[in-house]
Design a protein around this ligand. Structure first.
Ligand SMILES: N[C@@H](CCC(=O)N[C@@H](CS)C(=O)NCC(=O)O)C(=O)O
Length: 275
């Protein structure tokens, strides 16, 4: 029997797409690529029927066996169910539970915090270069009301956004918790590499792309874990080799933002973090 082919709608630097590509490549599942890159406000890059596949109009989406599945964390679970070979879901129930607890943080707070950081530091500069009409069309197409409202606040206020301190506190708390766990086990759910590592490693790369790495240089367990994963062939093929068309802007605006980001990171030490 022929294995039905799997198509992935994605773009290079999307963290949600990176984790799905990483799972696919770790599990050695063949897939076909369709690029849907709206993240610079180019709504014209959205295929006409895309919202039928992904109600939020975001990436990633997979199509497998004729069915569209959105949401990166749902896709990771689906891949385990359909392709159990080379498992990324831990076998032991307690490690499975731990993996899911790590992954829940993404939908509870981490992904929204990452979007806020991205817009405050880089995307607002990219959006300012766009025609007003194109940008209004982009926001008219955006189905997620919270995302739209947060973007508007973050574009307007930039590094003074009221959402920035909480977003930075979320990452500080996350990275400190990861470091503590990684001092006890090799990986997040236990000693084995799992879907929790696949799901979260992309945010270390994302914050590094904003030139923020000096902030967690002292978190040695986190740093060693990140370097070990970065050496994996699947990480190279699924994350590194796809690159990032906005890399130069991330370096430029991340460097400019660093003093403010560092100030908020250090202030978050005393405050109760948002995640
Ligand atoms: N919860 C969703 C989040 C998806 C998401 O935020 N996708 C972003 C990239 S990481 C996107 O499609 N951005 C397009 C845009 O900003 O226009 C998932 O995990 O799949």
């Amino acid at each position: 029997m022929d294995t039905p082919k799997l198509t992935l709608f994605h773009y290079d630097r999307s963290t949600a797409a990176q984790r799905v590509r990483l799972a696919l490549d770790e599990k050695q599942i063949a897939w076909e690529s369709v690029i849907v890159d709206t993240a610079r406000g180019d709504v014209g890059n959205l295929p006409p029927n895309y919202h039928a596949l992904n109600p939020k109009g975001l990436v990633p989406t997979i199509i497998h066996d004729g069915v569209a599945i959105p949401e990166s964390l749902v896709i990771l679970e689906y891949l385990e169910d359909v392709f159990p070979e080379r498992p990324l879901r831990p076998a032991a129930p307690v490690e499975r539970a731990r993996a899911r607890i790590w992954m829940r943080k993404i939908d509870e707070s981490v992904h929204v915090a990452s979007r806020s950081l991205g817009v405050c530091i880089v995307n607002r500069h990219i959006y300012k270069e766009k025609e007003k009409e194109a940008l209004s069309e982009y926001y008219a197409t955006m189905k997620d009301g919270v995302r739209k409202k947060n973007d508007q606040t973050n574009i307007e206020a930039g590094l003074d956004s009221p959402l920035l301190p909480g977003s930075i506190a979320t990452f500080r708390k996350l990275f400190e918790e990861m470091d503590e766990t990684l001092g006890k086990t090799e990986h997040l759910a236990g000693d084995g590499y799992s879907m929790a590592d696949v799901a979260l490693v992309v945010y270390v790369r994302r914050l590094e792309s904003f030139m923020m790495a000096p902030l967690w240089a002292h978190l040695g367990n986190l740093d060693r874990w990140y370097r070990r994963i970065a050496e994996r062939p699947a990480y190279q093929s699924a994350v590194v080799s796809w690159g990032d068309v906005t890399e130069a802007k991330r370096i430029q605006h991340g460097t400019e933002a660093f003093p403010r980001v560092a100030e908020l990171w250090h202030a978050a030490g005393g405050a109760k973090a948002a995640a």
